[in-house]
Design a protein. Structure first.
Length: 421
């Protein structure tokens, strides 16, 4: 089987590594991929150019295409490939709306009684200000569309909420993504990410995980694409998992079916475990980054059957087999990220026990050099979370490039949580 993975991040590299030892996989491509993906042949091109991706897939006689990044999903890449006869893992454009529009997602949850933060929708600055009158602060103001993870603004006071609305509607800080906004109640509790594979009917939740979004230790600094993750989360007990299945996962998959937008692929549930039960913070129509790197570290078999079953139906609980241990993923970023940073620094590493998934890298001569903000993810597993964290940091400490930055506290909140959970 000839397989194409769309994307260029460490998440895609984790998927590629999980597939490449499957004897059924005779050719493995990435578009555009990155120079660190030794297991795949990289095809040049922009994943937002549907016609070009279709042409490349047909030329390379691709049997199955895995589409992971948010923008191409929202741009209808799966629809375009399927129309050309290329089978895909990933939701259609209509189903990807669950991530591409926060207004769509919130209205879906309201209509189907899925627990989430109370909210109002605003179409203009004035409408937003009016909605604020009946909402106690703090609130969270969110641009409707895809905004590279930057469209979520916390507002502790009314003045901050007004400033957030102004940046969305008046300054157009998020362009078209900010033509509408959601204003929602501020929730508190441990955050958990759960990736659920689905064929539109059956559900297969993967081990839970926990992202670390801020750039600096102690959850300080700016939001990033994710600085590390652990899996599973100690806060996500079996009782919580059962409740989420009953109140959130099944109702969401059924709601999408009832709306005529059956979701097939990986549905990401960003959850807050509040005193009032688990609530949905956000949906993503795809695998999370860096959660996927941590979760894949625990995977013991090829995910190919699971992916194929998501597309064709017949997803089964034993399509994926996970180790019982814990995993930790530490992201190495360029110094300065998520603000300005320099690139082109050689990446040097000693042999170590972890697994490296590459993201922002390119080849220069016979060396890999840095080429992006998040350069690579280093992952390791262990019987305990402590072992996994220590092994991931041992591996991360053996990799060097000028200005390298990593958080030193990935997993610390979970380790403290283990004592209280
Ligand atoms: P999102 O991009 O939607 O994942 O949101 C980014 C982050 O904002 C989440 O991971 C949460 O930490 C935080 N967040 C989003 N919505 C809320 C909320 N209603 N209450 C508290 N924090 C939130
Ligand atoms: N880690 C959250 C995301 O992938 O959006």
């Amino acid at each position: 089987m000839r397989i194409l993975v769309i994307g260029s991040g460490a998440r895609e590299h984790a998927i590629i590594k999980a597939l490449h030892t499957d004897p059924r996989v005779t050719a493995l491509y990435a578009l555009p991929g990155n120079a660190g993906m030794a297991e795949a042949i990289c095809l040049p091109g922009d994943p937002m150019d549907n016609a070009l991706v279709v042409q490349q897939a047909l030329e390379e006689r691709i049997d199955f295409c895995i589409v992971t990044p948010d923008d191409p999903l929202a741009n209808g890449l799966v629809d375009a490939l399927e129309a050309a006869g290329v089978a895909c893992f990933g939701p259609t454009q209509a189903a990807a709306q669950i991530e591409a529009s926060k207004v769509f997602a919130k209205e879906l949850m309201r209509k189907y009684g899925i627990p989430t933060a109370g909210f109002a929708v605003a179409h203009s600055f004035d409408e937003g200000m009016k909605a604020l009158q009946s909402m106690p602060c703090p609130v969270v103001v969110k641009a409707d569309g895809l905004a590279k993870g930057k469209g979520v603004l916390m507002a502790g006071t009314r003045a901050e909420a007004e400033a957030a609305l102004r940046s969305i509607f008046c300054d157009r800080a998020f362009g078209q993504a900010g033509s509408r906004a959601v204003i929602e109640e501020y929730l508190q509790g441990p955050e958990v990410s759960v990736l659920v594979l689905t064929d539109g009917e059956a559900l297969l939740p993967l081990p839970s995980s926990m992202d670390h979004k801020r750039a600096l230790d102690g959850d300080l600094g700016l939001n990033t694409g994710g600085m590390g993750a652990i899996a599973p989360s100690p806060f996500y007990t079996q009782a919580v998992a059962a409740r989420c299945m009953r109140e959130i996962y099944l109702p969401t998959v059924r709601a999408m079916q009832a709306e005529g937008r059956p979701f097939r692929g990986c549905l990401f549930f960003g959850l807050m475990l509040t005193g009032d039960g688990p609530k949905v913070l956000e949906y993503n129509a795809r695998f999370g980054d860096p959660e996927t790197q941590a979760v894949m570290t625990l995977l013991n078999n090829s995910p190919l059957d699971a992916f194929l079953h998501c597309r064709n139906g017949g997803l089964m609980a034993d399509d994926l087999r996970f180790a019982a241990g814990r995993a930790c993923c530490v992201v190495l970023a360029s110094g300065g990220y998520p603000e300005a940073f320099d690139t082109g620094f050689a990446i040097r590493q000693q042999p170590h026990g972890g697994t490296v998934y590459y993201a922002g890298v390119r080849r220069q001569g016979d060396e890999l050099v840095t080429a992006g903000g998040r350069v690579l993810s280093v992952c390791a597993a262990g019987d305990t979370l402590r072992q996994a964290v220590d092994a991931a940091y041992r591996a991360a400490d053996s990799i060097h490039f000028e200005g390298a930055h990593m958080r030193r506290d990935i997993g610390q909140r979970a380790l403290r949580g283990e004592e209280t959970a």
